[in-house]
Write a protein that binds this ligand. Structure first.
Ligand SMILES: Cc1cc2nc3c(=O)[nH]c(=O)nc-3n(C[C@H](O)[C@H](O)[C@H](O)COP(=O)(O)OP(=O)(O)OC[C@H]3O[C@@H](n4cnc5c(N)ncnc54)[C@H](O)[C@@H]3O)c2cc1C
Ligand code: SF4
Length: 358
């Protein structure tokens, strides 16, 4: 349906690039097209840190301490980090380290750096620019749904098998900066029922009637860029969590450009669905998805937190390596880029260590 709508409106589309096996590979099983991808792949065909990276790390000699909460990072008088304080099995412990790589993602990474403030670094670690926690970007995730006369059967296969990136690569016909992609959507029945009750207020008989149309539901959903703004940020709240650590406070709003992008996408996806003959079309206007930013990468220590190696400008043996280093977010899913950056950072740390620079 995505392909049909895109072709009718004269834009390109493609199969969605998925890090999922379509055929057996080594000990790994292929995809069986049962559509559980968002709640946990039953065959491990879908790539994830658990399936792909941790076994390799263990094989290479890594030790994993699960269910551990790092509360702060320690440093010495020279300003080099020396290790982390973490809570595990009911007590706080200290792990010495030559290098510390923080990878807690866009909310927990700045929270940890801010919670590690000291006399030497009163603003928190790696924060001489004042940018730790700032420029948080939440991708927009609005959708347009309709009913088709043809059977769709959304529960079959991974949920987003076709994509168009047209609006990431053209400026013609836009009233906003940046871009978005949109993908076909295949929610499982339970997710679809939840959407109907939470987003449309359907309940009881009305919800049952709507669910009867499940096999004919068709949907398109964006991953939309939002612009980096310093006012969108993670700061520390006064409230403490169960570990006695200040919890993060997230302040966020879409700017006018973000809102124009969303409005454009809803108009366009509606036209695309109409072109397929779908009826009863409605907009899901308030969804969001992935986070990025809060410890941005850059060329200059005044306007960024880490350099291109994910090394903090302020503390040479402190690295930040997760979605928080994105300076901008783009209109696509971020995880494969996050993993590519992690691989690159690991290579660079290794090369520096081999050259005796660490
Ligand atoms: C339901 C769902 C579906 C998604 N689908 C997609 C998709 O289809 N495509 C896509 O590209 N992205 C998707 N995402 C987003 C994707 O999961 C994230 O972008 C990605 O995992 C971020 O990677 P990361 O390494 O930066 O952080 P994470 O994967 O969040 O890793 C951070 C880790 O740090 C740990 N941590 C945090 N703080 C501490 C601390 N103080 N002490 C110890 N450990 C700590 C956390 O427990 C976590 O394990 C989805 C997310 C969700 C929730
Ligand atoms: S459809 Fe999704 S959950 Fe099922 S095997 Fe394929 S990748 Fe895994």
């Amino acid at each position: 349906m995505l392909a049909e709508g895109a072709e009718a409106l004269g834009i390109g589309w493609t199969a969605t690039p998925l890090a999922t096996l379509s055929a057996p590979r080594g000990l790994a099983h292929p995809c069986v097209y049962r559509g559980m991808c968002v709640i946990g792949c039953s065959t491990n065909a879908k790539q994830s840190v658990l399936v792909t990276w941790l076994p390799r790390a263990l094989e290479a000699g890594a030790e994993i301490r699960d269910l551990a909460m790092v509360g702060s990072i320690e440093h010495d008088d020279r300003g080099l980090v020396t290790g982390v304080h973490y809570l595990r099995e009911g007590r706080w412990r200290f792990q010495k380290a030559r290098n510390v790589v923080v990878a807690g993602y866009s909310i927990e990474t700045p929270r940890l750096l801010l919670n590690s403030a000291s006399g030497k670094f009163p603003q928190g670690l790696a924060n001489s620019s004042g940018l730790v926690g700032k420029n948080l970007m939440v991708q927009s995730n609005q959708a347009v749904w309709g009913v088709s006369d043809r059977e769709i059967r959304s529960y079959k296969g991974p949920p987003s098998l076709a994509i168009t990136e047209h609006w990431n690569y053209t400026d013609t016909g836009k009233d906003f900066h940046g871009g978005y992609s949109y993908m076909s959507q295949g929610p499982l029945p339970i997710a679809w029922g939840t959407t109907q009750s939470s987003k449309r207020g359907l309940w009881g008989e009305a919800l049952l009637d709507e669910m009867e149309k499940y096999n004919h539901q068709v949907g398109l959903k964006i991953v939309g860029e939002s612009l980096p703004q310093e006012c969108n940020c993670v700061t520390l709240a006064d409230e403490l969590d169960q570990y006695g650590l200040p919890i993060p406070r997230v302040t966020y709003s879409f700017c006018d450009n973000d809102k124009r992008l969303i409005a454009h996408s809803l108009r366009f996806m509606r036209q695309a669905l109409q072109a397929t003959g779908a009826r009863d079309i409605w907009d899901e206007t308030d969804d969001t998805c992935h986070l990025n930013g809060t410890a941005r990468m850059g060329f200059d220590r005044k306007s960024s937190v880490v350099n291109a190696d994910c090394r903090s400008w302020d503390i040479p043996n402190l690295w930040i390596c997760d979605g928080s280093v994105f300076p901008t977010v783009g209109g696509v899913n971020p995880s494969l880029t996050i993993q590519a950056i992690a691989c690159r950072t690991a290579d660079r740390i290794k090369a520096m260590a081999q050259r005796g620079e660490l």
